[in-house]
Design a protein around this ligand. Structure first.
Ligand SMILES: [Zn+2]
Ligand SMILES: [Zn+2]
Length: 505
């Protein structure tokens, strides 16, 4: 199945009859006083929220540049905030429009925003995709017309860097558009593409064999990640990240909605710690690997202080340690994830790609329940050069307070998403029951007073025709279910930050 359709399972919604679900009323509607959850990383502290991966009608997106930008600003609209106070102060700060093989969207007259930092970008490539935030001119994937080769990929990375832009492989384990190219000088890695378990089964050994037969040998780190067959494609990407860390390759983790239509930008969200609230600040923040990815703009936030001999570092840093090793104190601070689980994942250097094949990668070395809206996990260990560590958060699959009937909807949606593989139709069928299809194509009929917590909610910012929808938190958790051992668990992927790598002093 074509990935575009895959990303765009929504397209198939037209084929589904409306099955509006009115029965799952949550019952008690008495207004509760709203208490804002703690924020630990805010714009004022230099932490900017954004979405690095979206399409417009300059390629295969369905909306204009103006509409996509309006949708990215929508989480700050008073009409939205009135119903979703949890988004107060948690809108997006930057976006990139990454259309396939073009940069023309970046010079559209509507490519402007009073609120957002706009990052010029391109989704590079055909046989292997990569975003190139910061580009000013097109980066070619097949300049000599003989298909993309390793040489072409290497030249493209060079051309991207010459423009002082970043090269960031996208959905690298999406079986129909893999990125096994044997290169390592890219800057960031899209670990989270659309919903964590949405629409992508893992890439198999057979997929890789077929790819290698036409394109040459995959990188050793990619080959190691193929062993992870009990995860979804994004889980495999996280395994790839660990394999790279084990070989001393240290890049930033980013995410992207890969929005083509229907859903809003910012799901997932990439936080970047930027010295300045502008294009340069954001690109430098990503270059410095000061990033983490989280499920929504209003969900879990991460901070870290990593202290070695009175020097304090943050997630994403390279931390020098003496040959004999050093005592390390990690303080992981997590906001807005009460009821979830915090994990630290740690691993070591592996001497060669051959050794990687049988090597153990990340181990969970600390895990504890998140007991408050601003939680601190402390952990100490002795690090030697080549060690690495990163934090992640899991959230309950069932949002607090939902009814049993709603739990069933969430479980069904997550299970179908996980089992559907590349068959977009299965997911479309599941999601169709969560959507009032009368509103598709009729944005003028959108009335916030009709919004329900267990249905997709029409957006007032999309006035051009197809309509776009906010996915309420309880359903968003289903799209981001966390798999272990090939099964959907009782958890959703919550957030993950770039790793600290310890290097020889
Ligand atoms: Zn792509
Ligand atoms: Zn894309």
């Amino acid at each position: 199945m074509n990935r575009t359709i895959c990303c765009l399972f929504q397209a198939a919604l037209f084929a589904c009859s409306p099955t509006r679900n009115d029965s799952a009323d949550s019952g008690d509607t008495a207004p509760q006083p709203y208490e804002a959850p703690a924020q630990i990383t805010t714009v004022q502290d230099g932490w900017l929220r954004g979405d690095l991966h979206m399409h417009t009608d300059y390629s295969d997106g369905w909306d204009t540049v103006a509409t996509v930008i309006a949708l990215a600003e929508y989480l700050e609209w008073p009409e939205f905030l009135e119903h979703h106070p949890e988004y107060e102060g948690s809108g997006l700060d930057y976006i990139a429009l990454s259309d396939h093989r073009t940069v023309d969207q970046n010079s559209d007259p509507d490519f402007t925003s009073e609120r957002l930092v706009l990052i010029p970008s391109e989704e590079f490539g055909s046989n292997g995709h990569a975003n190139t935030p910061g580009v000013s001119s097109l980066v070619e994937h097949d300049p000599d017309g003989d298909g993309t080769t390793l040489d072409d990929i290497q030249s493209a990375i060079q051309a991207t860097h010459q423009q002082e832009a970043l090269f960031s492989p996208n959905h690298p384990f999406s079986p129909s558009i893999m990125f096994p190219w044997d290169v390592q000088d890219f800057d960031t890695l899209e670990v989270w593409n659309s919903g964590w378990i949405l629409a992508s089964p893992p890439t198999t050994q057979e997929d890789l064999d077929a790819w290698e037969a036409s394109n040459g040998t995959a990188s050793g780190t990619y080959r190691r990640a193929i062993e992870a067959q009990d995860l979804d494609a994004d889980g495999q990407t996280l395994t790839w990240y660990e394999a790279m860390l084990a070989r001393g390759i240290h890049v930033a983790l980013v995410g992207g909605s890969d929005r083509h239509a229907i859903v809003l930008p910012g799901f997932p969200t990439t936080y970047v710690h930027a010295e300045s609230t502008d294009l340069q600040g954001i690109l430098d923040g990503m270059r410095n690997r000061h990033t983490y990815v989280t499920r929504t703009p209003a969900s879990a936030q991460l901070l870290g202080s990593i202290t070695v001999e009175d020097q304090v570092y943050q997630w994403g840093d390279q931390v020098p340690v003496p040959a004999a090793g050093a005592q390390v104190s990690v303080e992981l601070r997590i906001a807005r994830a009460e009821g979830g689980t915090a994990r630290l994942v740690q691993g070591n250097h592996v001497a060669s790609d051959e050794a990687l094949e049988s090597a153990q990668l990340g181990q969970v070395v600390a895990e504890e329940p998140i007991s408050s809206a601003d939680h601190l996990l402390s952990y100490t260990f002795t690090a030697t050069a080549g060690d690495w560590i990163y934090p992640m958060v899991l959230e309950p699959l069932f949002a607090p307070g939902i009814t049993q009937e709603q739990q069933q909807i969430v479980l069904d949606t997550a299970t179908i998403a996980a089992e559907s593989g590349d068959d977009a139709m299965d997911i479309a069928t599941a999601v169709a029951s969560l959507l009032d299809t009368d509103l598709l194509g009729n944005p003028d009929q959108c009335d916030p007073d009709d919004w329900q917590p267990d249905m997709l909610q029409c957006s007032l910012a999309d006035t051009e025709g197809l309509s776009s929808f906010f996915v309420p938190d309880m359903l968003d958790r289903a799209m981001n279910g966390w798999m272990e051992g090939g099964q959907v668990t009782e958890w959703s992927m919550g957030a993950v930050a770039s790793a600290v790598l310890f290097v020889q002093e």
